[in-house]
Design a protein around this ligand. Structure first.
Ligand SMILES: [Cu+2]
Length: 181
């Protein structure tokens, strides 16, 4: 009996295709075209895509904006920031989050302004009771990204960097406390 590495015998390369093989090739072809269409449909109709506007801003400018926001914001008894209005500013830097921890109200729509002071960072928000559930975004220096966001469940949300940014990356952690109004 020939082994798997032995060449098959006879003229095996120009046999006519049989009915089953043709059927499966057809199914695979239709499936390929279908998922290709699905892919472009996802970017057009899916509401899972990141939204919001982006602006060009220098890291220093953005740092100053966050500083101004922090001075305007209130603090609760634990020293956590309470945004003065619907705008929340978060600056990513090696290796912490400027503007966190912050306290937000449940069911209120905020504009989350994201930016980085130095290198590219990842922005992942995970509810404490379901850490595997997450939103996952990228933050770039030179870009301010404004994302409308509403938290529909109160609780503690962990903010972690998920883009390797240097030696302290694994400790880059902040918190959002979502509370009843
Ligand atoms: Cu990082």
């Amino acid at each position: 009996m020939p082994g798997p590495l032995d060449e098959p015998e006879g003229n095996w390369w120009d046999q006519p295709i049989n009915r089953r093989e043709g059927m499966w090739l057809g199914i695979a072809g239709i499936w390929s075209v279908g998922i290709f269409g699905w892919m472009s449909g996802f970017t057009r109709f899916g509401d899972q895509n990141p939204v919001g506007e982006t602006y060009h801003v220098s890291p220093d400018e953005f740092r100053e904006t966050v500083q101004g926001y922090k001075e305007e914001a209130d603090e609760n008894e634990d020293g956590h920031l309470i945004p003065p209005d619907d705008s929340v500013y978060i600056g990513a830097r090696r290796f912490d989050w400027d503007g966190l921890p912050a306290v937000l109200e449940v069911d209120r729509e905020y504009d989350i302004h994201l930016g980085a002071y130095d290198v590219q960072h990842g922005f992942s928000i995970r509810p404490e009771h379901t850490l595997s559930k997450q939103i996952n975004l990228q933050i770039f220096p030179d870009t301010e990204w404004i994302i409308p966001m509403t938290f529909d469940e109160p609780g503690t949300y962990h903010v972690i960097c998920n883009e390797f940014c240097g030696r302290g990356h694994n400790g880059m952690h902040g918190e959002l406390y979502v509370e009843e109004a």
